[in-house]
Design a protein around this ligand. Structure first.
Ligand SMILES: NC(=O)c1ccc[n+]([C@@H]2O[C@H](COP(=O)([O-])OP(=O)(O)OC[C@H]3O[C@@H](n4cnc5c(N)ncnc54)[C@H](O)[C@@H]3O)[C@@H](O)[C@H]2O)c1
Length: 281
């Protein structure tokens, strides 16, 4: 069945541009709706640059010029009225996601709606919709074109038929889906953060060096990257925010270790500042 013929993406930032790229390279017509003309131009450039990189790497089957004939950017959600699937990738606040999805369902009443939220409740977002059973979580990973995983998040009102459709579409993107209940942290953040927090506690307790703790996982458990290096890449501040959220939702086993707060206070946020648990050039 492949992917939907027409896909709308609301918000063309880092994730929205990647989601647009993924659907474009699978043959869909994609429209990104952005908040302003300036943001729409930036989204267009982000998608074009991403497609050019894919072409250079040889991972785009068609030419960039040809693919972009199926792509446009707009500044009104009304322009998404013909889309069979509309994915929102606006900043991570419930009110904003509810607002843009409510606008999308008003113009495309039969379209499927999806949220790319990484931490919010899909059921809560759906509660503001007239047809909450039209919403499913499609949690893409960054960078979307290279990532093989999509978490399909099943809200309390998401029907099985929509989950099955989402599984088909993710397969059409050439990616693998996992189906996850709408609980905090879904599967990926909950497990990834649990491992990272324990690794930090081990650094605190001088169990081993950060490099050796990571090696325990890369060589001992064949993880492609250790939890501390992954934390540096994600950003220590981002990890802290997720840990605080999961502590509130799931309990003290997600309480952030002191070393995490201390490093952030010292400006050691990971790769983006040149230092986290490791030095970055
Ligand atoms: N960055 C990641 O690694 C990552 C991974 C998975 C999921 N997510 C989730 O994806 C979502 C987007 O994250 P991002 O990193 O792409 O953010 P981003 O800030 O790069 O992009 C957000 C975009 O939304 C646009 N926007 C804001 N208000 C809008 C509106 N009313 N209408 C249309 N567009 C609007 C902004 O102009 C911006 O381009 C968030 O929910 C985030 O939690 C992020």
């Amino acid at each position: 069945m492949g992917v939907p013929h027409r896909v709308g993406v609301i918000g063309g930032g880092r994730m929205g541009a990647g989601i647009a790229h993924a659907f474009l390279s699978s043959g869909a017509h994609v429209t990104i709706s952005e908040a302003t003309d300036h943001a729409a131009r930036a989204a267009r450039e982000r998608v074009s640059a991403s497609l050019r990189r894919a072409q250079e790497r040889g991972t785009l089957r068609d030419s960039v010029d040809h693919v972009t004939t199926r792509f446009r950017t707009v500044t009104t959600i009304e322009a998404l009225s013909q889309c069979e699937l509309i994915v929102e990738a606006v900043p991570e606040t419930v009110a904003l996601k509810q607002e843009v999805l409510a606008a999308a369902e008003a113009v495309a009443p039969t379209g499927v709606l999806a949220t790319n939220t990484s931490s919010l409740s899909v059921s809560l977002i759906a509660s503001a919709l007239r047809r909450p059973h039209n919403l499913v979580g499609l949690h893409f990973f960054n960078p979307v074109p290279a990532s093989e995983l999509v978490e399909i998040v099943v809200g309390s009102t998401t029907p099985d038929s929509l989950v099955n459709l989402a599984v088909t579409w993710v397969a059409g993107l050439g990616k693998t889906s996992i189906v996850v209940k709408d609980l905090p942290g879904f599967a990926s953040s909950r497990l990834g953060v649990a491992l990272a927090l324990e690794a930090m506690r081990m650094v605190e307790q001088n169990v081993a060096s950060a490099a050796d703790i990571d090696t325990a996982m890369t060589l001992g458990y064949r993880h492609p990257m250790g939890p501390l290096r992954t934390t540096d890449i994600v950003g220590l501040d981002v990890r802290l925010a997720i840990a605080e959220h999961l502590t509130l939702e799931l309990g003290p086993r997600f309480a952030p270790p002191e070393i995490l707060r201390a490093k952030i206070a010292a400006g050691e946020l990971g790769r983006k500042t040149g230092k986290g648990f490791f030095e970055w050039k």
